[in-house]
Structures are given as C-alpha cells and as structure tokens.
Ligand binder design. Structure first.
Ligand code: HEC
Ligand code: HEC
Length: 495
C-alpha cells in the first residue's frame, strides 16, 4: 500500500516536473505581441517586431530596456524627466500604460517594449494655445526629440539609482511581472542591461557627441546610427561631416500613387515596400526580429490613408488665383492638389533634382554614401525581402505635396518654418526659430515658430547657421509679388 502510494507520488512529481518543464520551455520560447484589432490602434501601439529578440542591440528602438524597467525609468530619474516621456514630445493617451509609438511584446519570457511607425509618423495640432491637441496619424512627429529620449534612456539605464530594488518598489500591486521576470530581476537582468547599454552608448557616442549638432525636435539622423549598430562601422573613422545628417520626419499617408517614385528625401529608393521595411529597421527591427505580418497591416493601411483635409476656412477666390501660378512654377516637380486623389501631373514628380540646381543643405545627401548603399544590400541577404532598390543619388527628390499644410517646417532639414517663409528669398527667411509647438498658424501655413516654451515643454531653438541646418536654395516663386505669394499659399491649403 505504502509502496504504491510512493510510486504514485513519484509519478505525480515526475509528471509535475515534466509539465513545469514544458511550461517553462513554452513560455520562454513564446513570441507574443500585444495585439490590436482596429488598425489605428495597431498603428499607434502595435508591434512591428522592434522589441529585442535574437540579440539585444539595434539602432534606436531595439535598445530599449524591458517593459518593467522602461515604465519605471521616468520615476527613478525624475530629476532628468519631470513630466515623464511627454517631456520629449511623446504623445500619451488616457488609460494607456505606454506612449503612442511604443509597443509591447513578450519574447524569451520577458515583456519588452519597442518603437513602431507611429512614434515618428504621428503628431498633434491645436487651433489656439488653450485648445486641446488633435491627434493626426501619419503626419510627421514634429514635436518628438528622439535624440534627447535616447540619451535619457542610456543615462538612466546606467544610473546607480537603477537597481532591482528600485524596480521592485515601483511595480503595480496587480498585473506585475511574471515569476520568471521576478527571478531574472534578482539574478542579473539589470547587470546585463547595463552591459548592453554601455556597449551601445560607446558605439553611438560619436553621433551623440557635442561636436555633432543636435537633431532637435522633429528630426532624426536616418543613417548614421545604422552605420554603427547594424553594420558595425567605427564611426570615429568617418569624416566628421558625414556624422551630420539630421532630417525631418515626413508624412506617410497616400502611399499608393507614390509607388515607382524616387523618394526618401534624397530619392534613394523607388519602392514603397522597401521604404517601409528600411523604416522598420530605423525603428529597431532586425532581420531576426521583424514581424512581417504586422508590418504588412501598416503597409496596407498607409497605402490608401487619405491626407488630412485643411480644416480652417479657405479664401476660394484667392486660391483660384494661386492655382495657375502654381501650375506654372511648381506643378512640374510637385504635382497639384489632385495628387491626394492619385492624379500625378508633372513630368518631374518623384525624380531627383541635382544638388547644384536645388541648392538646399547638402549634409543629409552626403550622409548616405555609396559604401552605405552597398552594405544595405547585405541585409536580409537570402530572403525575398532583400533590398534591391537603393541607390546613391546626387540631389533631393521632388515630393508630391498632399497634406503639405501639416508637414511644416519645410525642406528635408526643417529649416524653413512656414510656407510663406519658403516663398521668400533665402536671405530673407528666418535665421532662428523654435520647433515643437503644435499651435497652427493659418496665415503663414505652418506651426507657430516664435514661442520658446509652453505647457512644460522647452522647444528646439533652430539656428540656420549650424552645419546641416542651412535654409538656402529652393528659390522657386521667391521673386513674385506679395499678392501672388499669398495666392499660392492659399491654393496650397487645398492640397
Ligand atoms: C525613428 C523614426 C522613424 C520610424 C520609427 C519610422 N520612420 Fe519612416 N521615416 C523616418 C524618416 C526620418 C524618414 C525620412 C528618411 C530620409 O529620407 O532621410 C522616413 C521615411 C519614410 C517613408 C518615405 C516617405 C517619403 O515620402 O519619402 C516611408 C514610406 C516611411 N518612412 C514609412 C514608415 C513605416 C511604415 C514605419 C514603420 C515600419 C516607419 N516609417 C518608421 C523616420 C521614421
Ligand atoms: C525643379 C523642381 C522644383 C520646383 C519647380 C519647385 N520645387 Fe519645391 N521642392 C523641390 C525639391 C527637390 C524639394 C526638396 C528640397 C529639400 O528638401 O532639400 C522641394 C521642396 C519643397 C517643399 C518642402 C516639402 C517638405 O515636405 O518639406 C515645398 C513646400 C515646396 N517644395 C513647394 C514648392 C512650391 C510652392 C513651388 C513653386 C513656387 C516649388 N516647390 C517649386 C523641387 C522643386
């Protein structure tokens, strides 16, 4: 009898151990994003696979610490971040644990966070300083200071105040980390995080150095972080001027009529799908972690996402005087108001204008080098996703201007605050202004650029004499009369 009971117990323990073992294997190998059915929610909070996976490093997003650490950092280093992640221009919505553009996914038994497309391609706009901000999906994240965010995460991750106890003291009473995560917290997670952070910080230090002008709000250096993190280049060996490459976030609506056009600011790629995939790499996915299905949901949605219609009054008569002027001076390169409906008028739309003719700031163009282009072909080498459309160009692309009213400040480096300023000769454009306020200026067409700080946010002072910030070139329409310029601006409201 006793023997039988013991055998039974032994068996039960064996089965229990087996079940526990299977459970451990299953939960450790589970790769499960938090999912969202409505496409807008997926865009804002869904995962594209940028959370750390096979390896812990990737240029910007993949460097983020695990969920329970990420959500505790603002409180641990509150002196550096008085208003939470919103300080950097992240957009937060009530009842959400993460800001827009940050996704959550369980990988290797740990809840991770990553960045998605919305972080750089979602913004807000306000009619007056006291109005509530309106969210616009697909517009440039003109308030986001990604560089300051990255620096904060690096610094706070290395801060002595970040300890397992500091995290544990900040966990919620219910719905906290799994048992496995708690064990990891006690045994080495934070040390490992500090090691990888230190490694990453050393690698990208040259791009974050004082000697390189700040990207500031609304811009990111598209290629230099890649060079070090994806391609393992030693940035110290590059000519210092190559490390200046900050460029504005563009809008990403209405992609369908853009297929076949040479876009990105310098026109380096003529395939929408490759532009999407390379953007995902910017968000931090790696060829190992990328979630192609989730990425495709975003791709299919932005394919026909309409450009937002100008919501304020338009002087139709003035606009109709502007239309023929625009037709003469601009449409050949930029198409006209019908582009929002897919009509491409203009022989040079989606072509590259040589730097010598366009005359705008050359740094972004020069930061994309032939050596970089050839390295891009080595990513995803054996898959159907292999890049084949990138090429080095000699200028900047002629973009369609749908929804252009929301895409201020203008030019690839954001050096001209409003549309009206772009129609002034370069020497008469503002040489210093502020970026990051979301109050709209209906007269000059753009965001109010004369306010240094508001609502607890300090805006970026943009100085056009800094390398990479020049507001030169693009002199089209600059010799027109004031009346004609006003007419063109009015017509552009219909785009
Ligand atoms: C880290 C910020 C960031 C993230 C995240 C990001 N993008 Fe972008 N995106 C940019 C910048 C900057 C450019 C302009 C690049 C250049 O030409 O220098 C761009 C360009 C693009 C373009 C080309 C636009 C044009 O007309 O030239 C598309 C399309 C695009 N992104 C889609 C996406 C998608 C889809 C995602 C998510 C998978 C995404 N982006 C994630 C910053 C980002
Ligand atoms: C010969 C081709 C050409 C003509 C003509 C031309 N543009 Fe441009 N435009 C460009 C190029 C190239 C750029 C990108 C330059 C850069 O970002 O450095 C640009 C950029 C712009 C931008 C900024 C887009 C953004 O997203 O920031 C606006 C707005 C614009 N052009 C409006 C106009 C208007 C209005 C006219 C007519 C008065 C005009 N353009 C005439 C080639 C042209």
């Amino acid at each position: 009898m006793i023997r039988r009971a013991l055998t039974f117990l032994g068996l039960a323990a064996g089965v229990g151990g087996l079940v526990a073992g299977i459970w451990a294997v299953v939960s450790l190998t589970t790769d499960r994003p938090v999912t969202y059915e409505p496409i807008e929610e997926h865009f804002k909070y869904g995962s594209i696979g940028s959370e750390p996976g096979g390896r812990l490093l990737s240029p910007i997003g993949g460097a983020l610490p695990p969920y329970w650490v990420f959500t505790a950092l603002p409180s641990i280093c509150s002196d550096k971040l008085p208003n939470g992640y919103a300080t950097f221009g992240f957009i937060t919505e009530k009842g959400r644990d993460l800001p827009i553009g940050v996704s959550r996914r369980r990988r290797l038994g740990i809840d991770h966070v990553g960045l998605n497309c919305a972080v750089c391609h979602t913004g807000t706009i306000r009619d007056t300083p006291t109005a509530a901000p309106r969210l616009v999906l697909g517009m440039p994240a003109h308030r986001l200071d990604l560089q300051a965010f990255v620096q904060f995460v690096l610094e706070c991750s290395l801060d002595n105040r970040l300890t397992p106890d500091a995290i544990k003291g900040r966990l919620p009473k219910t719905g906290g980390p799994s048992l496995f995560e708690r064990v990891l917290l006690d045994f080495g997670l934070i040390e490992r995080l500090k090691d990888t952070t230190l490694n990453l910080r050393n690698r990208i230090a040259p791009v974050l150095a004082e000697s390189v002008p700040r990207w500031g709000r609304g811009r990111v250096d598209t290629f230099n972080p890649y060079k070090s993190v994806q391609f393992n280049w030693d940035l110290r060996k590059l000519p210092p001027s190559e490390l200046v490459g900050a460029s504005d976030y563009p809008s990403i609506w209405n992609q369908k009529p853009r297929e076949g056009m040479h876009l990105h600011w310098d026109g380096d790629n003529d395939s929408v799908d490759e532009r999407n995939l390379s953007a995902a790499l910017g968000a931090g996915v790696t060829p190992v972690t990328v979630d192609h299905d989730n990425l495709k949901r975003v791709r299919d949605w932005i394919w026909s996402l309409p450009a937002p219609v100008y919501p304020y009054p338009i002087d139709r008569e003035l606009a109709s005087r502007g239309a023929p002027l625009y037709g003469q001076l601009c449409a050949n390169c930029h198409a006209d108001h019908r582009f929002r409906d897919g009509v491409v008028s203009g022989a040079r739309v989606g072509q590259v204008e040589a730097i010598d003719t366009i005359g705008t700031d050359p740094y972004r163009l020069d930061s994309y080098t032939p050596a970089f282009a050839s390295n891009q072909y080595g990513l995803y080498p054996d898959s159907r996703y292999r890049f084949s459309h990138f090429r080095k160009t000699n200028g900047y692309a002629n973009h369609p201007l749908d929804g252009i009213w929301l895409r201020a400040p203008y030019l690839h480096n954001g050096s001209v605050p409003t549309m009206r300023d772009l129609l002034e000769p370069p020497e008469s454009r503002p040489t210093a202004f502020y970026r990051g306020y979301d109050v709209y200026d209906q007269v000059r067409l753009g965001f109010v650029a004369t306010v240094a700080e508001a609502d607890g946010q300090v805006f970026t002072r943009y100085d056009t004499s800094v390398p990479g910030n020049a507001n030169t070139g693009h002199v089209y329409g600059t010799t027109l009369s004031d009346d004609d310029k006003r007419a063109i601006v009015e017509y552009l409201k219909t785009f």
